[in-house]
Ligand binder design. Structure first.
Ligand code: DP6
Length: 324
């Protein structure tokens, strides 16, 4: 058996995914479009080992029990006909379970490394429905981290395709990290609760294809003001849908809105910058790479320098090391 190490970047949704039509297969009710980022990456090594009696998982130096890791490994074992347990070690460049999408980069890196360590071809993985199924079951947004740049995930079959390669548009995404702890409601539970109780869920799903269409057109035309506007609209619609749940689901904090206000003010001064939030209080800001210093300066007034993270469009999940 071989050892393989894979790296995958986090991805931030511009047109959001929230809600599932098939929770067991983890198939979404809506498609989504995201940007895969460089710099904010998870690096994972998998080694199948005949001497191990159970799977071992170490995250950022600490041993963990994680059913989702075992599920991904089981999926790869079933496809490759591998029986051995695995030693998995993973390093996250982003805080785990804090709404910063580390579960997507983590699942993409784990599945890619396990696939290669089991002797399967990682280059063919992204077109293999069995691989996509197991990545999506780990995390619904994870298939988007398999590809670089701007990526669309289709809701029907859970396929991913690239809308713009990482070198195709000089964008930047800055993250204002507003808390370090884990998020209060995991996306999975939050989605089920929203779908079950929010009267805005059906309209959210009904209006969603128009946002996808507008984002595709904006990307094809490299029209950042249009893409930014669609991203803010999709963000606010997703959060409105959660806020209308019973009881309401609110990931925003006061500081979340302070940062969003500051970005709107910056835009009023002529700098193209747009905000988005996911299942956590953090604010991510999309802008042209050339405007990143000005966005950083604006964020610096509200957030300590160590809590401002920055990424550029990055590559999809890939193997960065292999050995016996
Ligand atoms: C708000 O992919 O974390 O970030 O499929 O249950 O694992 P599961 O959820 P997850 O949800 C991401 C939701 C989001 C929006 C997005 O990334 O599209």
């Amino acid at each position: 058996m071989r050892r393989a190490t894979a790296e995958a970047g986090i991805n931030i949704a511009l047109v959001k995914y929230w809600g599932k039509r098939d929770p067991a297969a983890n198939l979404p009710d809506v498609g989504s479009i995201s940007l895969t980022l460089s710099d904010l990456v998870t690096r994972t090594t998998v080694r199948f080992d005949p001497a191990l009696e159970r799977d071992r998982f170490v995250l950022d130096g600490l041993p963990r029990d994680d059913a989702r890791v075992v599920e991904v490994l089981d999926g790869v074992r079933a496809i490759a006909g591998v029986l051995h347990r695995a030693a998995v070690s993973s390093r996250n460049g982003v805080p785990t379970a804090s709404g910063l999408a580390s579960s997507a980069s983590g699942t993409a890196a784990l599945a890619t490394a396990a696939w290669a360590a089991a002797g399967l071809d990682p280059a063919a993985a992204v077109d293999d429905p069995r691989f996509l199924d197991l990545v999506r079951k780990g995390s619904g947004s994870a298939p988007r981290s398999l590809l670089g740049g701007l990526v669309e995930l289709d809701k029907e079959r859970g396929r991913v395709h690239q809308l713009c390669p990482e070198g195709g548009w000089d964008l930047a995404m800055l993250v204002a990290r507003l808390t370090k702890g884990p998020k209060k409601t995991l996306s999975r539970q939050g989605m089920a609760h929203t779908k079950a109780t929010s009267p805005y869920y059906a309209p959210w799903v009904a209006e969603h294809p128009a946002d996808l269409e507008a984002a595709r057109a904006a990307i094809a035309a490299r029209d950042l003001p249009l893409l930014g506007a669609v991203m803010e609209r999709s963000t606010c619609r997703m959060h409105a849908c959660m806020l209308a749940a019973d009881p309401p689901l609110r990931y925003w904090r006061g500081r979340t809105l302070d940062v969003a206000d500051a970005i709107e003010d910056l835009r009023a001064q002529g700098v193209g910058a747009w905000y988005t939030m996911d299942a956590g209080p953090h604010v991510k800001v999309l802008c042209a790479a050339a405007d990143a210093p000005q966005v950083r300066e604006t964020l610096s007034a509200l957030v300590p320098p160590d809590d401002i993270l920055e990424g550029r469009p990055g590559p999809g999940a890939r193997i960065v090391g292999e050995g016996p």
